[in-house]
Design a protein around this ligand. Structure first.
Ligand SMILES: *[C@@H]1O[C@H](CO)[C@@H](O)[C@H](O)[C@H]1NC(C)=O
Ligand SMILES: *[C@@H]1O[C@H](CO)[C@@H](O)[C@H](O)[C@H]1NC(C)=O
Length: 498
């Protein structure tokens, strides 16, 4: 998505100059001749396949070095393979992009899906080194409760009491994200001050411990995972490119407070919103964000002015935006009211749109946010729509072909519209059943229908013409008005034999 690519690009620049010094490294360098003999005997090892020219690899390098040094103490090794020197080795491991990170357990590879910052890599690899559910006793109880940002601990009368199987299954599913433990040691249970069966989440933020509030023995995998996921999101915290995915995965609407981080009253603003964030917890996630660094993100959320603080709710599921009026100052009561209205479905999303063009004299029709309904949902017409972005190379290459397609069907404009829309500059109305993330996206909407068909064929003019001819519901024969027959208004279609 756009936000994360912006962030990745920014951090690549920031770290490009910080490549770790060669030689004095805790990261093992592997070659075709040392790979198997190094990797296979390890119960756990992380391998980075990289290319020396790759920006993201350079950004990762200092973090990878730092993680290797810390993890060395825990006997967890980190290694790397230079895919320019070891092209065959990388190919045999199916490496398609850089960097590719793989975790090997006794030589068995799986994809690394963790963060790319040192603390994130360390936390992820430690969780990998433990069983999905760690056994906890009074001896390691306190240490375990604090061993990660989020620790989920079940206190059960016996190791197999309900809901032990469901708890294990949830742990297996989410072992990369959270640390799970189970104890049936009476001393540990007494020390924790809980009555078994109980499940407690220990956190490094907000309420440090939260007990599962529903009947524990009947908790299902879904109950446990949803509860933990909710608790993993702080009441209000900073969001950036590294941890945006936590919020994206939750899928809940996201309320942003955009702030200038150097602003003196920054923390006062955050604290003024905290009670509101607490009130809507579980329904809307609240974050604050660096408005200077992520100005483009503010723009994409339809905050037109660079005026901070600003507030906006984003419906992630439908990609709709509900900005707080930027001509007003951000007041907690008004923010609360806006969120309330939003949840009640009483708020109109703000749709971004370019101005409707005054004339349409090209053979390709220019659609914008404001005329989308009128043009694309015109039931009498077949519409073939290109959603493009100005910065997209494939879109630039498609342009002459798309123009030719418009020219080819210019004679039947009244029944078939070849159209284009600059997608990043125009929001699709809520009624449109799809959202686009890659460009160009080509969608065909047949006449008399509100369905959109995906065009996945090749982008040659011939293929596009053939597709249109096959998919159009209207006749694409040029119409001929026969002279002298105006009184009866006979209009018929020209056929090949005419
Ligand atoms: C996201 O990253 C920022 C900056 O490192 C950090 O302060 C914040 O706690 C993180 N947010 C979450 C939800 O982890
Ligand atoms: C038929 O009608 C059209 C407009 O409706 C007009 O332009 C055209 O001149 C008419 N033709 C004749 C032969 O009357």
């Amino acid at each position: 998505m756009r936000f994360s690519s912006v962030v990745k690009a920014a951090s690549a620049v920031a770290f490009a100059t910080l490549v770790a010094a060669e030689g004095d490294s805790d990261v093992l360098s592997l070659t075709a001749s040392t790979f198997e003999s190094t990797v296979n005997p390890e119960s756990l090892i992380l391998v980075e396949f990289f290319a020396p020219w790759c920006g993201h690899c350079k950004a990762l390098a200092p973090h990878y070095e730092e993680a290797a040094t810390t993890l060395k103490e825990k006997n967890i090794k980190l290694a790397k393979v230079d895919c320019v020197e070891q092209a065959d080795l990388c190919q045999s491991h199916g490496v398609q992009g850089y960097p590719t990170l793989k975790v090997f357990h006794d030589g068995e590879p799986s994809d690394y899906t963790g963060p790319r910052k040192a603390d994130g890599i360390i936390s992820y690899m430690i969780k990998q080194s433990l069983p999905a559910v760690s056994e906890v006793t009074v001896a390691n109880l306190e240490e375990f409760q604090k061993a990660d940002k989020i620790v989920v601990l079940a206190y059960l009368p016996t190791p197999t009491s309900s809901p032990a199987p469901e708890f294990s299954a949830a742990a297996n599913k989410h072992r990369d994200s959270y640390l799970f433990g189970l104890t049936s040691d009476p001393e540990a249970i007494a020390a924790a001050g809980v009555t078994p069966p109980a499940i407690v989440v220990y956190r490094a933020f907000d309420d440090p411990s939260v007990e599962y509030p529903y009947p524990v023995p009947s908790a299902t995998v879904k109950d446990i995972e949803e509860w933990v996921q909710d608790l993993s999101i702080p009441i209000i915290d900073e969001v950036n490119g590294e941890n945006f995915s936590i919020y994206a995965q939750s899928g809940k609407p996201l309320a942003y407070l955009f702030l200038d981080p150097t602003e003196e009253k920054r923390d006062d603003y955050i604290e003024s919103i905290r009670p509101i964030a607490t009130k809507f917890k579980g329904k809307v996630n609240f974050v604050w964000i660096d408005a200077i660094k992520f100005g483009d993100h503010a723009k994409s959320l339809n905050l037109a002015e660079a005026k901070w603080p600003s507030f906006v709710v984003q419906d992630l599921e439908h990609q709709l935006k509900y900005p707080y009026d930027q001509s007003l100052t951000v007041e907690p009561e008004a923010v609360s009211e806006l969120v309330e209205q939003f949840l009640a479905g009483k708020l109109e999303p703000q749709l971004k749109s370019q101005a409707i063009p005054e004339t349409q004299d090209e053979s390709v029709y220019t659609v914008v946010g404001k005329n989308f309904d009128e043009v694309v949902y015109d039931d009498s017409k077949d519409v073939f729509l290109e959603l493009y972005a100005t910065w997209c190379g494939h879109c630039k290459r498609l342009k002459p072909t798309w123009d030719s397609l418009g020219d080819h069907f210019a004679g039947v404009k009244d029944r078939l519209v070849i159209a284009k829309i600059d997608a990043p500059e125009n929001d699709l109305p809520p009624s449109v059943p799809f959202r686009v993330s890659s460009f160009p996206t080509l969608k065909f909407k047949p006449a008399g229908s509100r369905e959109f068909l995906d065009y996945n064929g090749d982008r040659s003019l011939e293929s596009l013409i053939a597709y249109v001819e096959e998919s159009a519901k209207n006749s694409l024969e040029p119409k001929v008005v026969v002279e002298g027959e105006n009184d009866t208004q006979v209009v018929f279609e020209a056929h090949d034999e005419l």
